[in-house]
Design a protein around this ligand. Sequence first.
Ligand code: ATP
Length: 700
Amino acid sequence: MSTTELELKPLVVDLFQQLGLYTQASNIANDHNNTDLNTLGLSRLLKKHQIGFSVTNNTAKNLHLSIHPFLVIPQNEPGFIVRRQGHVFEALTGNQWQSIDLTQLNDTAYIFLIESLPTTRKNVNAFAAHMSKRTKWYRPVFWLSLLSSITGLAVPFFTMAVYDRVIGGQSPAILPSIALGGLLAVGILISTRLARAQILSTTSNRFARDLSEITFYRLLHMPLMVLSRVGISNHIARMRNAEKVRMLLSGPGGGGLVDLPFTLIALFAIMFLSGWLVLVPIGMLMLYYLVMQVLNKYVQAASPTISGEYQNAMSELSKNLLQLKAAGDTEAWQTKFIRQSRENSRQNFLYAKRNGLNAAVAHSLSLFTALITVFTGIFLVLDQTISPGALIACVMMIWRITGPAQLAFSSKQKFTMMDIAVKQFDRFMQASTEQSELRLDTPDNTKAPSLAFQHLTLRYKAEGEAALSGVTFDVEPGELVAIIGPNACGKSTLLLSALGVLEAQAGFVTLNGKNLKQYDTEIFRHWAAYSPSQPDIFPGTLAENIRIAKPKASDKEIIDALIKAGGESFFNSINNDLSVDLLGENNAMLSAIEGSYINLARAIIKQSPLMLLDEPLPHRNPLSKATLIETLLNLKGKSTVLFTSHDQELIQHADKVIVLDKGAVVYAGPIPDKATETSKKPDTTESPSTVAMQESPTNG
Ligand SMILES: Nc1ncnc2c1ncn2[C@@H]1O[C@H](COP(=O)(O)OP(=O)(O)OP(=O)(O)O)[C@@H](O)[C@H]1O
């Protein structure tokens, strides 16, 4: 698209203002990451601010129903905002609205039609709401199904004509026209079926894609604590819900289910041909229903219950693989696995057996319906109430009723599954995310911020010990602050709270006097730099791994950041090659130290005014340690830096140390002068250097 990326941002800001969303507009204007906004970024922004929209072109009929101003982005020309005034469209030029003829536009222009504004009311029927967006597909499916059901009657009717008129009436001359008519009807039937299958699979694919996108987006924005509490298998199950919907609509049974209401056409045709004989299939359908109700219960009683346990055992196994291998104790796991595997097979076998019985009974009932119709119909034929051809046609049409009915009854389980999926989706959509509240402040990109921790108390589990307990201290802009203390005292938790990814149960963190909860989470985390204590390597090259933090970074910036992180020797060891595949065969076993260079390089390359570094110095060689210390010293005054460490030398350079013990602050202040320290010897709190000395140096 050609509207240059830079032109789009002011336009989007104007659009938000025109929509009356002033705070959101200033949030976008202040977001430095949005300078190169493109149409994809625009869609993302609209979704983020919970604005309903559709992308269309100037031929769309719903433009005449638009109620909000919308955005037009033509090819090769700047975009503009349009509003509808009655039957007239007006474009915003400067501060003036001037009428415009949208039909003059090239139909390759993108139109971002605004359909709804954010609302605080939660939609309890989110699934139905998303389903209703696809209504434009339902109409063709209806007409195609109707047409195929009507033409589907052609074969029985033509058979009847051949039997009664050609054979019974001794007039073979009409055979060619009957055959031609039959061929035509079958041709229409096949093409309507094909077209319908295509529409159904397109709709279900788009629908499933929408659902998985919404689910994924929502998962990404759920608070970290909720995500880790709920567990990975639940998230996977949520993502699979979309697949269940796709399977139901576009699978082999999808068309059959859509055909269900159209079986009425076949019933009417039987009534038309044979009068009260129609009561036979109707009665049989009722019997069918009752038998299937009982059978379905019998089948459901055997549905496998072990699969969840089996899946959990698998994920538990993958989590504990290292300990398992190290302990050399695989026997207990094997026994457990074999037991579960056998039970899984037994349950699945029983289930399959009962399903087989279900299918056999359903099939026999269909046959039975046809037979009873024939036997009852014979009396009508003998009575000359109906012709033999009409009876044959009726029997042929019976299959058009029992087929879809059989499918519907055997799909009961799928319907139940779908119902559960819909309810789960609706519940999921009501859960709070980080975006449920309006968080629209943006941090200042130009200067180092101050931070204040106010009575922060955080528990990972309700029944567990607090990881942070009443933590209170201040950090001045541009300070280098060391957070120290014994293992598991809450250092990493404190850094993650400052990054806003962990929400405390009590207390809060402020940045430049504003509660972190006021800041737009996405913008805030783009802005802040965080380096975790564990290596965090993704599949890809060294350059790609560092560019995650700054996608447009040049190679030179990457190398600079890596060197500043103290990783020069590591870079030399890989022949100064940024394109080296980090998880490839030769580098799959990057050491923790090498991983830490990459983590740090990611943080450094952001040049952020707020740096949160978790254990940046794990057992380095003296040269790389000196480089990193120099880098941190250079950041003094420019960035506010909080780091955790066990390294005495690094801690000595801090402007302030925070000593934690069991989640509580036992000292917060400058490193006491060593001379004064020996003479004074504080008795209530330990000196920071003593605490640091007492710690285990082997800490991740
Ligand atoms: N995701 C989690 N779920 C449950 N408990 C956690 C989680 N992360 C940390 N904890 C617990 O919270 C407490 C503080 O952990 P934290 O990692 O913040 O300490 P730390 O001082 O950084 O430790 P270390 O020096 O070993 O890195 C510990 O008791 C730890 O077991």
